[in-house]
Design a protein around this ligand. Structure first.
Ligand code: IPE
Ligand code: IPE
Ligand code: MG
Length: 247
């Protein structure tokens, strides 16, 4: 068995999705502004991407801004959008050098113009890379995504008989991306906050008390080791799984 950091390389999840939470509380504990927490969250993004690449994960989705996050104070929303543009501009070369393909899901049209434009430029610039796909969920929520999917299914005059799980999947933002086997949420909150509701039907959920700005490579590997210790049964019995192998 080939291993890095005690992780079995033959059973690494293809897709890991992360709910990056706790920036505000991290900053508050340090007597700082919430925005200081968001700035320091960028280090955890780099660390997670690096760990995912090293482990052989093929898709990494980061929940960066939810539909509901638009309801935060105006200054915080503006700071988050500025940080997004700044980070994309700053990191795109590094992403490209590391064979990372950038993608984004969500209501991208609702982002400020400069943000949307920089994002699109970075997506275009990295489109031929195939080391790992980094997917940013921006102005994203699963209910928004499902409502949009149903609207488009109706617009396309799809007959009820043609509606299947595959068809619904093909109308989601994630149509070209496999479902995540593992979802990680930081900050000690045990909820999914409107993230990928359709796609996480059988995902393993991993929660850590660490605030997002403190999350590092070793924390990512901890989550992978925990994932590999679980038995994924998909509705079957444990006996059936041991007979057929657990993946
Ligand atoms: C996550 O940290 C970042 C976003 C949701 C944009 P929070 O800003 O939610 O931090 P807490 O949960 O208030 O500590
Ligand atoms: C979830 O975090 C959204 C993102 C990480 C972008 P929130 O902080 O918005 O979630 P709730 O409000 O605690 O559920
Ligand atoms: Mg939060």
């Amino acid at each position: 068995m080939s291993e890095i950091h005690g992780i079995d390389s033959t059973r690494v999840p293809k897709h890991v999705a992360m709910i990056m939470d706790g920036n505000g509380r991290w900053a508050k504990e340090k007597g700082q502004d919430r925005i200081f927490g968001h700035f320091n969250g960028v280090k955890a993004v780099r660390a997670s991407l690096k760990a995912a690449r090293r482990a052989g994960v093929k898709y990494l989705t980061l929940y960066a801004f939810s539909t509901e996050n638009w309801n935060r104070p105006k200054e915080e929303v503006e700071a988050l959008m500025d940080l997004l543009v700044q980070t994309i501009v700053q990191e795109v070369k590094e992403l490209d050098n590391n064979d990372v393909r950038l993608n984004a899901i969500g209501d991208l049209e609702s982002l400020p113009g400069s943000c949307h434009a920089e994002l699109q430029t970075a997506i275009d610039q990295t489109k031929d890379n195939d080391g790992i796909e980094l997917i940013l969920a921006l102005s994203y929520s699963a209910r928004w995504e499902l409502v949009r999917a149903v609207q488009n299914i109706v617009k396309d005059n799809i007959s009820p008989d043609a509606v299947s799980e595959e068809l619904i999947g093909s109308y989601l933002c994630t149509h070209s991306i496999p479902d995540p086997e593992l979802v990680i949420r930081t900050s000690g909150e045990h909820r999914v906050s409107n993230f990928l509701l359709w796609q996480i039907a059988y995902s393993e959920l991993y929660f850590t008390a660490k605030y997002w700005p403190d999350f590092r490579e070793e924390d990512f590997f901890d989550a992978l080791r925990d994932y590999q210790s679980r038995e994924r049964r998909f509705g079957k019995t444990a006996e059936q799984i041991t007979q057929t192998g657990n993946e």
